[in-house]
Write a protein that binds this ligand. Structure first.
Ligand code: ADP
Ligand code: MG
Length: 728
């Protein structure tokens, strides 16, 4: 084989689909590897079962004796599933999940051992996890960080290991993970939403945030993946000329799925189903070799655990099928990137979806209350929401004409726009007449239960109402949804609190309850108008219009993260009991650091590839051409030989030109990186990486991609886009 690329390509052509090893009934395996309530009922004494149920639904603590019983039941159940080890499964701020395995096995004498697992081991652990990011909260010398059991998310068995979902905190009690603040944000929104619900229904005593995520990803054959240092090291192709055919024909979108991919999907889906992840949807996405998987929505904390677990399963199963899965937001320039839509709503213990229009004026009024308050929360905190989805990978998508823009706005559809417009205009100052009230109620009553025009028509909005939920579309495919969900639920909690206070104040001044609510909604509609946008979010006109409206357009991660410095942000999180100012500061630091590291790695890999892959290929081909030119002159004589070799000489010169430009840009970038590394302050360093290092990426890439077109296909060492995107 000429080179690694050719060998890889050859391997791919000879792959066959793996056989599908499950053909039973999905309903029979659903949740079989989960220690869910039904299993608990079987394994736990009645009293322990009752406390567990309470812990799950009401967030109560389990006492030591109960924890012992649960631990013992969990172990007995896990052993029946073949588990030999257990682990506390947690979500450090690196973005993936972490685990440290311990064996159940304990020697108790010569040649004697037992399986041991008790309440202590279940409830709290001290993993030696000193190298996870902590933003200065935990000095490495006091390497104590604790994981603590989250009973609201069930334990599960995977790869013969019992995994116990946990939060991860410093010895001071401060959060070092995503889960703890998420749980607090969910608690906050529950408190505020219950208070508001009681205007409409006294039976409501719990409100749950629901999350339905849609995970996009790419598949690439493992041989091609391994022949690309950039994919291996950074998850994206730093170079690569677009293939002649990309996604322009839209022939991949919802097209039929090949046998090899189907076999992969079947396997990860059955694994997921066994772990209680209700995946139901699968389809091809817009870009070639891009796919999507979505489950039915669940309670937010559980849904998020399930997303993280699924990302993990995707990776593992892909390897078994000789694929590699790319969760990066933008693996291939020129074709669509990957996102993770977060469908979000609130639902009550009485079974009502608070963002679904109801059957009568009263339930519609409740719907409007939550609907309008959501828009107001987005309006007041749009920058914070933008910061929640910031990351080096997502910077390639946001505002890059394929994903919702970096400008946060909300789409609600024409029917609801009309409803809000009417509401805004029809309430006059002062006391409402009985006729006014009747008229208003009539109008509100007219909102149909199913909003026909509201099904997903506008795909360019970052935050769209889709009939019975909002869809936050700007979340990156590799992200932990918690980041977005912490912010969304916290700002909603705060907004509902403000709403409640204002309505109560109006009632105190003599307004009836309905009147107070309507007037307050009218006020919120007016105040939040500028965040509503129904047009094309991808257009240049929107950028101009948004600027006129005073909406931010924070295009890169460092700028987006600076929002966290705002005084209001720290007090919002503090007041809602979600993050202390110190925790927030630590998080900001970690995010800046993550950004620097990602750009730094990309820059290093670029430098390396230029030197070790691109220049050698260019030189080799040039030499081939030079030999040819010299040969022609030998055979034909200097004059005729020169004219016969004219095009080869042109190519030699073109290659030289692009190599020189590429090399000098890569040297300039290297110098800029060295300079940026001298900066102590992490925030300033992140900005330097963004403004002085990353800006060279495009130029270097431009020349590399030109070289790819000039150099002999056999000489080129990196798998090309047409191979990575169309071979499967
Ligand atoms: P589609 O948009 O494909 O027609 P749906 O609107 O039913 O399908 O759902 C899209 C996604 O939204 C799914 O992942 C689904 O689970 C989720 N979803 C539906 N209802 C809710 C809800 N009340 N809360 C959160 N997510 C939801
Ligand atoms: Mg969607």
């Amino acid at each position: 084989m000429a080179n690694q690329r050719m060998q890889a390509y050859y391997d791919v052509l000879h792959r066959t689909p793996k056989p599908i090893d499950f053909d039973g009934k999905i309903s029979e395996i659903f949740g079989e590897n989960v220690f869910h309530l039904e299993v608990m009922r079987e394994y736990l004494p009645a009293e322990a079962y009752k406390s567990m149920k309470q812990a799950i639904y009401e967030g109560t603590r389990l006492d030591r004796a109960m924890a012992d019983q649960v631990a013992s039941a969990m172990k007995d159940w896990a052993l029946t599933k073949g588990a030999t080890h257990y682990t506390h499964w947690f979500q450090p701020l690196t973005g993936s999940t972490a685990e440290k395995h311990d064996a159940f096995f304990k020697p108790v004498g010569p040649g004697k051992a037992i399986e041991r697992f008790d309440g202590d081991l279940l409830v709290q652990q001290e993993p030696d996890a000193s190298s996870f990011p902590n933003g200065g909260i935990r000095n490495t010398f006091e390497a104590r960080g604790y994981t603590a059991w989250d009973p609201s998310s069930p334990a599960f068995v995977i790869d013969k290991t019992l995994c116990i979902p946990t939060i991860f905190i410093a010895y001071t009690g401060e959060a070092l993970d995503y889960k703890m603040p998420l749980l607090k944000a969910l608690q906050a929104v529950n408190n505020s939403a219950v208070d508001v619900c009681r205007y409409f229904d006294k039976n409501v005593d719990k409100v749950t945030a629901t999350l339905g995520w849609e995970q996009e990803y790419f598949l690439v054959d493992k041989a091609l993946f391994n022949a690309r240092p950039d994919l291996m090291m950074t998850g994206r192709a730093l170079f690569g000329h677009a293939s002649a055919k990309g996604q322009q024909l839209d022939d991949h979108y919802f097209g039929s799925i090949t046998a090899r991919v189907t076999a992969f999907m079947r396997e990860f889906e059955t694994d997921a189903i066994r772990l209680g992840i209700p995946v139901t949807t699968r389809h091809n996405e817009v870009a070639p070799n891009q796919f999507e998987c979505a489950p039915i929505f669940e309670e937010c904390n559980l849904a998020n655990d399930h997303n993280l677990l699924l990302m993990d399963i995707l990776e593992k199963v892909a390897r078994r099928h000789d694929f590699r899965v790319l969760l990066h937001e933008k693996p291939f320039a020129g074709v669509n990137g990957s996102g993770k839509h977060n469908n979000w709503s609130l639902s009550t213990n009485t079974g009502v979806n608070l963002l679904a229009p109801g059957k009568n004026p009263k339930s519609n009024m409740q719907f409007l209350t939550f609907f309008v308050n959501t828009i107001k929360a987005i309006h007041d905190n749009s920058d914070l929401l933008r910061a929640a989805i910031a990351g080096a990978g997502n910077d390639h998508r946001l505002g890059a004409n394929e994903a919702p823009p970096a400008i946060i706005s909300a789409f609600i559809g024409s029917q609801l726009t009309e409803v809000l417009d009417k509401l805004e205009k029809s309430i006059k100052a002062g006391k409402m007449t009985p006729e006014d009230k009747t008229e208003l109620k009539l109008n509100i009553g007219k909102i149909p239960q199913i909003l026909l025009d509201n099904t997903d028509r506008n795909r360019t909005s970052p935050f769209a109402f889709t009939g019975n939920k909002f869809e936050f579309r700007a979340v990156g495919s590799s992200a932990n949804c918690s980041s977005a969900m912490i912010v969304l639920n916290t700002i909603m909690a705060k907004q509902l609190q403000l709403f409640k206070a204002s309505v109560d104040a109006r009632i105190k001044k003599g307004d009836s309850k309905d009147e107070a609510i309507l007037k307050e909604l009218q006020k919120l509609i007016k105040e939040s108008k500028k965040i509503r946008f129904e047009g094309n979010g991808y257009g240049d006109e929107w950028v101009k219009e948004a600027k006129k409206r005073g909406l931010s357009n924070l295009k890169d991660t460092p700028r987006a993260l600076q929002v966290w410095h705002d005084k209001g942000v720290a007090s919002l999180f503090d007041e809602m009991g979600v993050l202390t100012p110190r925790e927030l500061e630590a998080r900001q630091e970690i995010e800046f650091e993550n950004y620097v590291m990602k750009i730094q790695i990309e820059a290093r890999v670029m430098n390396e590839m230029v030197r070790n892959f691109i220049i050698p290929a260019g030189v080799e081909y040039q030499n081939k051409l030079i030999t040819n030119v010299q040969g022609l002159q030998n055979v034909l004589g200097a004059k005729d030989g020169k004219s016969a070799a004219a095009s080869q000489v042109d190519v030699i010169k073109d290659i030289a030109e692009h190599m020189n430009e590429m090399k000098s840009a890569s040297d300039v970038m290297l110098a800029a990186r060295k300079k940026a590394n001298q900066i102590d302050d992490i925030e300033k360093r992140a900005i330097a990486y963004c403004d002085t290092v990353k800006i060279h990426f495009d130029k270097i890439r431009y020349h590399v991609d030109k070289l790819e077109l000039l150099i002999d296909d056999e000489e080129w060492r990196l798998p090309k886009f047409r191979e990575m995107l169309f071979t499967r």
